[in-house]
Design a protein around this ligand. Structure first.
Ligand code: FNR
Length: 372
């Protein structure tokens, strides 16, 4: 197996002191088009910016004289014992960042004990990713236009030992990123989704003059509650729902049997103008109550961001773009190092805020921060 102890500091690129430094260095390792595709959201990137800015609206209040010796970030999530509450979000097309793509990310996850969520749209097959990953691996599923293709993906994920399904429901239609369009980005052939090679897409619909390209086109295969009920009846694996932003949806998904929810706006890549995911987190947590698993992603760039999300009701957070930047800069080593830095940043925040364990991180640890 790939060992973290193989990672000697001389291999870590100069100038990386914090996890976010990988974002700063990424432009030196990715061409402008690829970088624009990864960094961009959709439209004018307003929700991408909102996701990050939402964290700046909160400050962490230091506490005194607390004994945090023996502190740790261990948790049990979905039956997995994890060393920290940081997961790798499903991020498609990772060959855009590195030739070893998701296999490198999986090695980093395995070496650091991190739970990895492999995307349906990965550049490597889900089987190849499973071969490099540790036991903490979940599979992110996009429902396919044909149920038999969805079922085939599900059975492959079960056979490859994935421990949960993450069903993403917020991306039936994604408007293009203006920055990626302006950079002339076109998806390279070696980055197309390896998992879907066997499932040809249906022919596009023939639209009449009055037909909506959106309603009769892209949305004609969009998932419905029927599809969710069908999927839940087809697998024994826990099914998490990703893309939850409304408390009514949260309550209904909990009642329908979802194993847990991921508050997310797809990193601002689906609806430009959606609220920051952090802003929706307290309402979702209030809707489902304590004790039901709720995760968050969108804009997490530091251990302090992770701390704030945990304080506002998340059990753990997922890391999206930072994994692509670290992968581009230093491959598997970069992703493992980025995770290690985030964990240390979280430890430092917990120590300063007098929190020895994750359950000590509560809303009482935060105060609103007026804009500078
Ligand atoms: C994504 N995301 C995503 N989500 C998902 O459910 N399936 C997928 O295949 C992808 N693919 C993908 C590609 C790229 C290039 C990006 C940047 C993002 C969304 C991802 O899981 C996560 O929700 C966001 O990336 C979180 O926001 P941050 O951490 O990137 O700010």
């Amino acid at each position: 197996r790939w060992q973290l102890s193989n990672l000697m500091t001389p291999h870590i690129p100069a100038g990386v002191w914090n996890a976010i430094d990988y974002e700063r260095l990424a432009p030196q390792h990715m061409d402008a088009g690829r970088l624009a595709y990864v960094a961009g959201g959709c439209g004018w990137d307003r929700t991408v910016a909102a996701n990050c800015a939402a964290f700046a609206a909160w400050a962490i209040v230091p506490r005194l004289l607390r004994d945090v010796r023996g502190g740790h970030t261990r948790l049990t999530l979905g039956g997995l014992d994890l060393p920290h509450p940081l997961l790798l979000a499903p991020v498609a097309h990772q060959r855009l960042a590195h030739s070893e793509a998701e296999v490198a990310t999986a090695r980093a996850a395995q070496a650091t004990g991190t739970c990895l969520v492999a995307s349906t749209l990965s550049s490597c097959t889900l089987e190849a990713i499973a071969g490099a990953a540790g036991p903490a691996r979940w599979f992110q599923l996009y429902l396919q236009p044909e149920r038999e293709h969805t079922l085939a993906l599900l059975r492959r994920a079960e056979a490859a030992g994935y421990r949960a399904i993450v069903l993403t429901l917020d991306a039936s239609i994604q408007l293009a990123s203006r920055s990626a369009l302006q950079a002339g980005f076109v998806m390279p052939a070696d980055c197309t989704p390896a998992n879907l090679a066997a499932y040809p897409p249906p022919a596009p619909p023939v639209l009449g003059a009055d037909d909506s390209r959106i309603f009769q086109g892209a949305m004609r295969h969009a998932p419905t509650w029927d599809d969710l009920r069908w999927l839940l009846g087809e697998t024994r694996l826990p099914v998490w729902i990703k893309g939850v932003m409304h408390s009514d949806d949260a309550r209904a998904l909990q009642a329908a049997g979802a194993a847990g929810l991921i508050v997310s706006n797809h990193g601002g890549r689906s609806l430009d103008g959606a609220p920051a995911s952090l802003h929706r987190l307290p309402a979702v947590r209030a809707a489902v109550g304590e004790g039901y698993p709720v995760l968050l992603d969108g804009g997490v760039r530091s251990g302090a961001d992770a701390f704030k999300a945990l304080a506002l009701g998340a059990d753990a957070v997922l890391i999206g773009r930072l994994q692509m930047y670290a992968l581009a800069v230093a491959g598997a080593l970069g992703v493992a190092h980025m995770l290690q830095l985030l964990t240390e940043e979280l430890h430092a925040c917990m120590a300063q805020a007098g929190c020895a364990q994750l359950c000590d991180i509560t809303p009482n640890c935060l105060t609103p921060q007026p804009p500078c």
